[in-house]
Write a protein that binds this ligand. Structure first.
Ligand code: SF4
Length: 389
């Protein structure tokens, strides 16, 4: 283990991510690490306990905890309770932490949701994906529309006052009108947070294969851009502001505190198979194999698969790509503090050009893309990166 990995101390409170790698079925578009072989669930929980013990003094304090996956709600309520109790016991958790649990409709009951709230989860992210039966079928989801709306209702009754839904759009053959209907149905649920992702065809997935073999067609780029613009407009009408390319919240306080850490290069520790950890300048990641993960921890070995020390240029590149995703943009003071050079000194000409063309705004010590600029995020970020010396 490198010296940096042995002592990942940071003064900034970090985020803790726990990857639960089990799903009822594998969705055909998904490239997250998960398995539908559930036989290793209890061994996984035991291994996670060991990982928590082995990493207990690595980071000074956490103020967000996120159980993601996979489908964390596939585990028993008792397992989740044990995991959360171990986290609270072994790590230093700041007062008033955000503690999120991802759940998928079709894997949770009203009683389970009540138990999650009681054990201390205070934010729920629900993998709804769509309110249209045809879309759920295309996406290979295990739930129907009724199960999605029931889950939201039960979560409210359980006392969750911070609910987020995930939605997917830009599906093959989806029209602008159909997406608008889905968006409206999501907004009608009155949840605090919405994540709206475009469908991507990641290599190695069933859908990427279907695309290659002509069984599916991507929607035209112009339609996808129109859908994205519609998303921002409709959700603004319904009281949601966009704070990241794909993320919308009813207020600043209701933004995902955990996910904002990823976009601002704040430190985070990832536990579970395939989880990544980051404390500047080091990133490392766990094995993407639950059996290997269990075997390593069974021998008191951390299941680390690889690590990299980022050079200054790589860190600036990430800061630009991640920062420009956020409506708040890149924080000039933090940038200068980290890299010893101002945003203006590195990118001044490009900033002025994109600003005069209406793609970017600068002011208050930050540079941020406009709605038009967000449509060209990758192109603009790549131009900035080309200027790093
Ligand atoms: S439920 Fe989520 S993590 Fe599991 S396979 Fe489907 S998309 Fe992937």
């Amino acid at each position: 283990m490198s010296p940096a990995a042995q002592n990942l101390k940071s003064h900034e409170p970090a985020g803790l991510y726990i990857h639960v790698p089990f799903c009822r079925n594998k969705c055909p578009y998904c490239d997250f690490y998960s398995t539908s072989d559930l036989s290793l669930q209890s061994d996984f929980v035991e291994a996670l306990m060991v990982e928590i013990n082995l990493t207990a003094d690595r980071i000074k304090a956490f103020d967000t905890i996120y159980f993601g996956g996979g489908t964390p709600s596939m585990l028993t309520t008792e397992s989740l309770q044990r995991m959360l109790a171990a986290v609270r016991n072994k790590y230093n958790i700041s007062p008033d932490p955000e503690i999120t649990l991802e759940v998928n409709p079709g894997t949770v009951s009203a009683n389970q949701l009540a138990a999650y709230r009681k054990m201390g989860f205070n934010r729920l992210n629900i993998g709804v994906q769509s309110f249209q039966a045809e879309n759920l079928a295309l996406l290979g989801r295990i739930h129907d529309v009724q199960q999605a709306t029931d889950t939201i209702l039960w979560a409210r009754r359980a006392g969750f006052d911070n609910l987020g839904l995930d939605l997917i759009y830009a599906l093959p053959d989806q029209t602008l009108q159909l997406w608008e209907k889905d968006l409206q149905q999501a907004a009608n649920q009155g949840v605090e947070h919405l994540s709206c992702y475009t469908l991507t065809f990641e290599s190695g997935t069933k859908m990427a294969q279907d695309l290659r073999q002509g069984r599916l067609r991507k929607p035209p780029e112009k339609l996808v851009a129109d859908m994205m613009a519609l998303t921002v407009d409709r959700l603004a009408d319904c009281g949601y502001h966009r704070y990241e390319v794909s993320n919308f919240a009813r207020s600043t306080a209701l933004r995902s505190r955990h996910n904002q850490k990823y976009w601002s290069s704040a430190p985070y520790l990832g536990l579970g198979p395939s989880a990544h950890s980051w404390v500047e300048p080091e990133r490392y990641w766990n094995k993407k194999d639950v059996a290997a993960y269990i075997a390593d921890l069974g021998s008191d070995r951390l299941p680390i698969d690889g690590r990299e020390q980022l050079e200054r240029r790589q860190m600036i590149t990430e800061t630009v790509f991640l920062g420009l995703r956020r409506a708040d943009g890149i924080d000039g003071a933090r940038f200068a503090d980290r890299f010893g050079v101002s945003v203006e000194a590195l990118f001044g000409d490009a900033i002025r050009r994109f600003e005069s063309e209406g793609y970017l705004t600068s002011g208050g010590g930050r540079i941020a893309l406009t709605g038009r600029g967000m449509l060209l995020l990758d192109t603009i970020a790549a131009e900035f990166v080309g200027l790093i010396n």
